[in-house]
Write a protein that binds this ligand. Sequence first.
Ligand code: 48H
Length: 256
Amino acid sequence: MDEVIISKAITESYLKDLLDSMEVDVAIAGAGPSGMVAGYYLAKSKVKVAIFERKLSIGGGMWGGGIMFNRIVVQSEAKEVLDELGISAKQYQKGYYVADAVEAASTLCSRCIKAGSKIFNLLSVEDVMIREDDRITGLVLNWSAVALANLHIDPMAIRAKLAIDATGHDAEVCRIVARKTGAGLEVRGEKSMWAEVGENEIVANTKQVCPGLLVTGMAANAVFGSPRMGAIFGGMLLSGKKAAELAIDLLKKTKR
Ligand code: 48H
């Protein structure tokens, strides 16, 4: 065993992927359920996609399910996404399915990567790149450890034809765009829990919010001031799928 060979293998393999992901079709901020579902459907359609996740673990709020009981509930409308991904679920009552949160998060991650997405953890999106017409042209990233250690280190840039904010409740990328650019984006903030309305509105809220930036998942409800929904995940899955479909359409239009 040679420790240096081991270190070189890791470094060369990682840097090859990171360099390749510095110019992508779609860059996604956040590897929670909505970001990974978007990544899965994009990669399945041969779109070049990279996902950047701040934490060590991917899966966002899915691992813990609801109430720290590692089960998720998904409504009938989203069951097709679980089926597509091969995540098993049992009907609890008419219209409600229960799945194992650990199986759901790990299977989603595996399917997302095997479809062709690159997932980079330990990297935080701290800014965007912006050009003429307030178009977002990429994400600005830094190692999460840099922020944790409060170090003054300059970031790296990823060019993307489209970016997706999948950062959850805080809608971090949209907040940056609202604060730092003239794109006219306003983040209204999510409202108190109302599962029915939150789940219904999340798909409608999944859209392009300024040129080059889409929003998905909990971040979409935060941007448009819709309610949170508690421990139900169907909306996240359907929102991620819609974000991928919208991105594919937008990419086709930019090619013409
Ligand atoms: C890189 C970042 C950054 C950043 C955050 O919170 P998530 O699970 O988000 P969604 O929208 O896919 O799913 C929401 C769901 O988990 C949830 O919270 C529900 C259903 N709540 C209902 C309720 O009523 O409370 O994942 C977001 C991911 C996380 O892994 C973050 O670490 C990551 O994004 N992230 N990654 N750069 N700036 N900010």
